[in-house]
Design a protein around this ligand. Sequence first.
Ligand SMILES: Nc1ncnc2c1ncn2[C@@H]1O[C@H](COP(=O)(O)OP(=O)(O)OP(=O)(O)O)[C@@H](O)[C@H]1O
Ligand SMILES: [Mg+2]
Length: 361
Amino acid sequence: MREFDKLKHSLNYYKDELFKINGTHFTLDSIITTRSKEMIEAKRVAAKAAECLTNVLIIGESGTGKELFAHAIHNASSRSREPFIKVNCAAIPSELAESEFFGYAPGAFTGAARQGKPGKFELANGGTIFLDEIGDMPLLLQSKLLRVIQDREIEVVGGTKPIQIDVRIIAATNRDLKMLVKQKLFREDLFYRLNVICLPLAPLRNRKEDIELLVNSFLSKYNRALNKEFKGITPDVLEAFRNYSWPGNVRELENAIERAVSLGNNAWLTWADFSNIFEQERIGIVNSTNNSASLAQSNLDKTLLKGNLQQQETELIRWALTECTGNRVKAAKLLGISRSSFYEKLKKHDILNPSSALTRM
Ligand SMILES: Nc1ncnc2c1ncn2[C@@H]1O[C@H](COP(=O)(O)OP(=O)(O)OP(=O)(O)O)[C@@H](O)[C@H]1O
Ligand SMILES: [Mg+2]
């Protein structure tokens, strides 16, 4: 009995070690509080899904948090101390896919390792397998996966008998699986097997109400990590963030904040600290204008943009002056621009006359 306890003890030790290294550091709490109805629902469904072993399909554009949710479901489940194995279905060449998924027996084919190799399903046994980019899985492999889900057993390449497996499957994709089914590129029966619980994650441009929360949360994360003390982002940048399309979603926003915190100089992160993002957006607009109709639209956009920027600049200057109780030197510093260009802007926007109560210099 003592031997047994010792073994159990060391097994738990190794499970804890595995937990530390298997990279599933996200929990449901890592998913930043959200005001978006869709995301509140997604978190609720994820918490429920963690309680059972039903297959989950997570759908969302790149950077919306699919992997984050997969980790969180695993870590909130009774399997959190068991393996979490991620497989990128798009990255495995189709000729190697079968042995990667199901492993191979010793001497199964020329060039195979002598002792054989366990496949991802065997490695995930007792835990969770995360099939990322499932929409890119080759058709042949899809039918094999379907068999694994139905029979709960795998056949090792070159092996003699099937192996029983007990694996929770979480799949994710940024592709339109229903469309792929229609195009006969994805098996309909597999789609229904995976889509038992569906978690659609909204793109960031459709949940503008979350932008401020995410910004503040990433700002404190990177202030802490990089030992900085930025107070926030200026209101004009926040407004621009709400209007930006965020093609890279939350990942892009997080990277933007990390970059700005690393490189910024003033107490507040200003327009200048995010110029790379808005520059890309502008290039995007120019590149997409390849016919006269869109050119006309683009000119209109530019006129609107110009008017909008003027107004934002005025508001920003007013905000900086209020923030620095009218001290222009401080306000210029806060905005990260030189004193002379600050004066020019005051003049251009006719913001203050020298007798104004705010003027202190
Ligand atoms: N709701 C959120 N709260 C906190 N961080 C988030 C949230 N959503 C995404 N992130 C962060 O954004 C980054 C991208 O998330 P993740 O890797 O889960 O995206 P993905 O949907 O799997 O993207 P891809 O399709 O490109 O693989 C991660 O660093 C993650 O921490
Ligand atoms: Mg991912």
